[in-house]
Design a protein around this ligand. Structure first.
Ligand code: MG
Length: 364
């Protein structure tokens, strides 16, 4: 199962979200999300698809993975999934344990698991021990609206479409309160703030939000690796604290837990070492009384891999999907939420490949 071809394909997928153009990502806000695909092909013609986290049409990231990561994969035996991952991490650790290098390694790992499933003619979830669910419950992860009326309307719309769980990306107490009121008894609400506050500010907001019954408070403190600061907010006892989408490996979650920083661990399969690393993090969570609830703002194979990882949990966590409509879906109906749920693909490997016509149309 020698790997004879390894390439990345960068897509920018346009969408409508009805809110603000989400997040600047250090550049001009845009209503499109990248899917940076990693495509591996074996000598016997099996093609595996992975995804590296990417935003803002990141050609530099694509080039780095092409030049530094993929040459180390060519010629390797695709069956050596954890061995390849270890070798990549060991050889490249001087270039960062969180960020672009690890995104590339994650993409390779996901593609190797896809190949493993295709070679075994079994879906990824079966390789992870088999499904505990045929479909996973999705939470509507709303973009930021920064308006009481607009966020309330979005909450009502999501509930009307069948969602029972909603996550906000707001930082204004009146806007958050308006969303919670709009949800009423029809949906539970989580809040993701994306690391805006000092510890003192976060403690103030934590108190101000305490009466709203939020299901969790996500990344309230800057910077994301300020675990001691996060632990101070958690110690106030007002909210369950969720974090981890900016982590690089299992050891970051060990550090978070040792600091008393989190209740809910949120590794991202396309940032944090792929399927292999997420399985390790899930096991660590089980052994240490943490909830495992993967972050997913991915729209390529990383999203599909996260569905499998979710379904493989004895108590499948909620699945995150950003609440927006793509101009065209990369996987057809496979990643379209119906009545607040996504089905677990039953085809071999990830169970669904990117639509080649969509890849051609949105390729950078
Ligand atoms: Mg988040």
């Amino acid at each position: 199962m020698k790997i004879v071809k390894a390439e990345t394909i960068l897509l920018a997928l346009p969408f409508e979200c009805g809110g603000l153009p989400p997040w600047g990502w250090g550049g001009k806000p845009a209503n499109s999300f990248d899917a940076l695909l990693v495509r591996l092909e074996t000598e016997d013609g099996i093609v595996g698809w992975g995804e590296a986290f990417s935003r803002m049409e990141d050609r530099a990231l694509k080039q780095m993975i092409d030049d530094r990561v993929l040459p180390l994969v060519l010629g390797r035996d695709a069956r050596e999934v954890t061995r390849i991952k270890h070798d990549l991490e060991f050889n490249l650790h001087n270039f960062g344990r969180v960020g672009p290098v690890m995104y590339g390694i994650a993409g390779v790992d996901i593609a190797l698991w896809d190949i493993a499933g295709k070679a075994a003619r079994r879906p990824l979830v079966d390789l992870l021990g088999g499904p505990h669910a045929d479909r996973v419950e999705v939470y509507a992860s709303l973009v930021r609206y920064a308006s009481e009326d607009a966020v309330a309307a979005a909450v009502k719309r999501a509930i009307g479409e069948g969602y029972s769980w909603i996550k906000l990306h707001e930082v204004s107490v009146p806007v958050i309160a308006a969303a919670v009121e709009a949800a009423g008894d029809d949906a539970r609400v989580m809040l993701d703030t994306n690391c805006p506050w000092s510890v003192e500010e976060a403690l103030d907001y934590d108190r101000a939000l305490a009466g709203l019954g939020l299901h969790w408070l996500e990344e309230p403190v800057w910077p994301p690796e300020n675990y001691a600061g996060l632990a101070r907010v958690r110690a106030a006892g007002n909210h369950a604290i969720a974090s981890g989408e900016n982590a690089g490996s299992l050891f970051d979650f060990v550090a978070m837990h040792d600091a008393g920083a989190i209740d809910i661990a949120q590794p991202d399969v396309a940032k944090t070492g792929g399927v292999t690393e997420l399985v390790r993090i899930a096991n660590y969570c089980h052994a240490n009384g943490l909830s495992f609830s993967p972050h997913c703002a991915l729209f390529g194979p990383g999203q599909i891999a996260t569905i499998h990882l979710t379904a493989a949990e004895r108590r499948p966590p909620l699945f995150e999907r950003l609440y927006l409509d793509f101009e065209t879906e990369l996987f057809g109906r496979a990643a379209v939420v119906v009545d607040g749920h996504l089905s677990v693909p039953r085809g071999p490997g990830l169970g669904v490949d990117p639509d080649p016509e969509v890849v051609d149309r949105y390729r950078i």
